[in-house]
Structure formats: structure tokens, C-alpha cells
Design a protein around this ligand. Structure first.
Ligand SMILES: Cc1cc2nc3c(=O)[nH]c(=O)nc-3n(C[C@H](O)[C@H](O)[C@H](O)COP(=O)(O)OP(=O)(O)OC[C@H]3O[C@@H](n4cnc5c(N)ncnc54)[C@H](O)[C@@H]3O)c2cc1C
Length: 390
């Protein structure tokens, strides 16, 4: 395949890279994508996608596919992990559609990845596997990309969607490494013989821990994520480790019976060390010259606002709009970076803050519980986020 002939090269075929390829192709751009893996796949488990994201997926013609594979929770319920007490509730379901114009959904990552992949393939976007970006540099107005497999490519625009350990970042002078958050995520899926009739997202909060669960696969499985504080496992880049329920239960300490039962129903746990980067501080960190960074390559975040993939999808939509709005490549990239950096920084910052609130102990946890009890949905809703982008 002659990758060099295309205007735009996307590196990375995760949710962000596929979303970028789809959005750019829909705007008529000549776009291609390379992925280091030998096959397109998404491991991991479920993700939540807010109305800001489902609206974009709808614009891209994916609503029917989403309705087929996702679950649509009626509410977000916060509970105390030790006592089991209900702390507060945010109605989702019909309210999300009425207030924000689009649904709140929970979906298995592989299902979302597959929806995007099929849409990209339907547009005949060239996709090349087994190509790992090794080096990228900008010389004048040109960007030169080399892959470990020996290809040299000179697209008009490089979209760096190569995730947390991105190499595309070097093209805009960013050489810092991701940082370990001190938090470990245990993740598992419980097959449900009877799909949940009242699907909801439940967040259990406790000192230095929280657990989130919600249905995925159209209600056929429950996705469970437990976050605890802990040490960085060896090989942090190998994020998907086998894990033991006994280690998790020990790290959690005592929890209420219903939560204990849910945790015990998980047949197989996987462990992810959670890394992020400090919130963005300037537009230049999202792109410069002929390189635009997108998703985790630009702004990896803690998953406590459930928006990492969501922001990658918003980035993709914004990039495609900026690309089609004319001007030089440099001007289009600058427009994109200026449009996106502050919102991404705000989401990164809010995610860090949510982690502190979820894991609070002592007086801070009393204040949290009181605020949720008195103000309920008002403290749990995030209108500036769910309203989405234009
Ligand atoms: C525990 C947990 C829970 C989460 N929950 C949510 C949630 O509820 N909602 C939500 O929106 N987000 C959530 N997220 C975040 C979300 O998973 C990520 O933000 C999102 O998947 C990032 O997508 P990406 O495409 O930018 O990066 P990635 O998914 O990392 O994809 C990068 C791709 O680039 C490829 N690649 C890497 N290097 C190279 C190279 N050198 N050359 C070529 N290809 C390369 C990789 O193989 C991969 O396919 C969660 C994350 C975690 C850890």
C-alpha cells in the first residue's frame, strides 16, 4: 500500500485513531491509518460515554449500531462502600436525552472499537497493520515519519493517536514520560443470565477506594472496576496484568455485603496501573506545524470522570471541522489545538478532583456525603461537559 500518497496519516488504531480517520474521511479528506498491532482489537472492558459523545457518534451515523450493543443506564447511583448507604443519585435515561439531546451509554470497548472500525472500512479508508511509528520529525513545513518496518512517509498532516506512551509527541518537542497515579484498577466482567431490567451505573465510595459497575453488551454482562491505592507493577507499559481477587479484597478492606457479593461474582480479574500526565497548559501541547495530537497521546487522564475515550472522540470531531475550514496546514492545526486544549485540561483536572472526592476519608468524606444528600443531582451533574461541543 502506498501510504505516502495520502494527505493525512493517522498513527494508532485505537478508539481515538479510528474516530479521527472516520471524522476526517467524512469531511472528504484523503486519510490513511497505521497501527503497530498485527490485528485491530480492543482489550479491557467497559466504558461509559456521556451525551457529549453519543451525540457525535449519532452525527457519524452510528446511532443504530450503538443502540444494538450498548446499555442505557437510567441513573448514576452513589453509595457508601462500607455501610452500603445510598449517598445520591443522578437521573440519566430519558433526562439525559431531554436535557442534553443525546443518551448516556455504557458499552464494551471492543464493541465501540468495532463500530468505528466498520464505519472506517465502509468508507474504504486504507488501514495498515504491523506498522510501528519509530521516529517523527518536522523539517520546515514537512513532517517525516519513519516506521520500525522501514517505511518513510511524508504526509501533509500527521495525527498522533498512539496512546499513553505516544512517540508522535516527540515531533512537537514533548519528551516527558507519563506519571503513575498511585492507583491500580482491577477490572472484570460478570456474565448476566438475565439482563438488568433497570440498568444503572453504581459508584461505591470509600477511604482510598472506589468501585464502579454498570451493564455492557446490551445488558448481557456487568462491567466491574475497582480502584485501590498501590505500588506500580513491574513493566508499567504492559498495562494488562493477571490479578488475584484475594489481593483486591485485601487492598479494599471491609466493604458492605452487597458490594462484597458483586466483587465475588467476578470470574476473572485483570489489573491496570493508572498513569496520566498533568493537565495541559497550552495549545502547543495539542499540536504544532503539521502534527496534531489526539486522545491519550495528548491528554491521558484518570478515568474518574469517564471521559478519556470521550475526549478522543470530541478531538476527532473538532480536528475534522478545523481541517475542512481551510487555510494552511499550520493554521488548521493551530485552530484545532486552540479549540481543544482548555476543555481537555478542564476534564483532566476534574478527573483528578473526582478521585480525591471518591477516595475521601474523615471530615472530607462527611462533607461529600452531606453535599450529595442535600444537593443530590446538582453535585453529580456536569452540564458544561455533557452539553458537548458545537
Ligand atoms: C480503568 C479505565 C477506565 C476507563 N473508563 C473510561 C470511561 O468510562 N469512559 C471513557 O471515555 N474513557 C475511559 N477510559 C479511558 C479510555 O480508555 C482512553 O482514554 C481511550 O481508550 C484512549 O484512546 P486512544 O485511541 O487515544 O489510545 P489507545 O486506546 O491507547 O490507542 C492507541 C493505539 O495506538 C497504537 N500505537 C501505539 N504506539 C504506536 C506506534 N508507535 N505506532 C503505531 N501504532 C501505535 C496502539 O497499539 C493502540 O491501538 C478508561 C481508562 C481506564 C484505564
Amino acid at each position: 500500500m502506498d501510504i505516502q500518497a495520502s494527505d493525512i496519516l493517522v498513527t494508532g488504531g485505537g478508539i481515538g485513531g479510528l474516530a479521527a480517520a472516520l471524522a476526517l474521511s467524512r469531511q472528504g479528506a484523503d486519510v490513511r491509518l497505521i497501527e503497530q498491532a498485527p490485528a485491530f482489537s480492543e482489550v479491557g472492558a467497559g466504558i461509559q460515554i456521556g451525551p457529549n459523545v453519543t451525540r457525535i457518534l449519532g452525527d457519524w451515523g452510528l446511532e443504530t449500531g450503538l443502540r444494538r450493543v450498548a446499555s442505557f443506564p437510567q441513573a448514576l447511583l452513589a453509595r457508601d462502600a462500607r455501610s452500603g448507604r445510598a449517598l445520591g443519585q443522578l437521573p440519566l435515561g430519558e433526562r439525559a436525552e431531554r436535557v442534553y439531546g443525546a443518551p448516556y451509554a455504557c458499552i464494551h470497548r471492543a464493541d465501540l472499537h468495532q463500530l468505528l472500525l466498520e464505519a472506517v472500512q465502509a468508507r474504504a479508508v486504507p488501514l495498515q497493520l504491523n506498522q510501528r511509528l519509530a521516529e517523527v520529525s518536522q523539517q520546515g513545513h514537512a513532517v517525516v515519519v519513519r516506521t520500525e518496518q522501514g517505511q518513510q512517509l511524508t504526509p501533509a498532516l500527521l495525527v498522533g493517536a498512539d496512546g499513553l506512551w505516544s512517540r508522535s509527541r516527540q515531533a512537537v518537542g514533548l519528551t516527558d514520560s507519563p506519571r503513575f497515579s498511585g492507583h491500580l484498577a482491577y477490572r472484570g466482567l460478570v456474565p448476566l443470565s438475565v439482563p438488568a431490567s433497570e440498568p444503572q451505573v453504581t459508584v461505591w465510595m470509600g477511604p482510598r477506594l472506589h468501585v464502579v459497575h454498570y451493564p455492557v453488551q446490551a445488558g448481557r454482562a456487568l462491567n466491574v472496576v475497582a480502584i485501590v491505592h498501590g505500588q506500580l507493577p513491574p513493566n508499567p507499559q504492559d498495562w494488562d496484568h493477571a490479578a488475584h481477587a484475594a489481593h483486591l479484597l485485601q487492598a479494599l478492606g471491609p466493604v458492605c455485603r452487597p458490594l462484597q457479593q458483586t466483587l465475588e461474582s467476578v470470574p476473572n480479574w485483570r489489573l491496570w496501573a493508572l498513569n496520566d500526565r498533568p493537565p495541559l497548559t497550552s495549545a502547543a501541547q495539542m499540536g504544532q506545524g503539521a502534527v496534531a495530537l489526539l486522545g491519550d497521546a495528548a491528554h491521558p487522564m484518570r478515568p474518574y470522570l469517564a471521559q478519556g475515550a470521550g475526549m478522543a472522540i470530541e478531538d476527532a470531531q473538532a480536528l475534522a471541522q478545523c481541517w475542512s475550514s481551510g487555510g494552511t496546514v499550520d493554521q488548521r492545526v493551530r485552530r484545532y489545538a486552540e479549540q481543544r486544549w482548555a476543555r481537555n485540561a478542564q476534564v483532566q483536572t476534574r478527573a483528578i478532583r473526582n478521585g480525591r472526592i471518591f477516595h475521601a476519608h474523615g471530615p472530607l468524606s462527611w462533607g461529600r456525603n452531606l453535599a450529595m444528600g442535600v444537593l443530590g443531582a446538582k453535585v453529580m451533574d456536569v452540564p458544561w461537559l455533557y452539553k458537548g461541543i458545537d
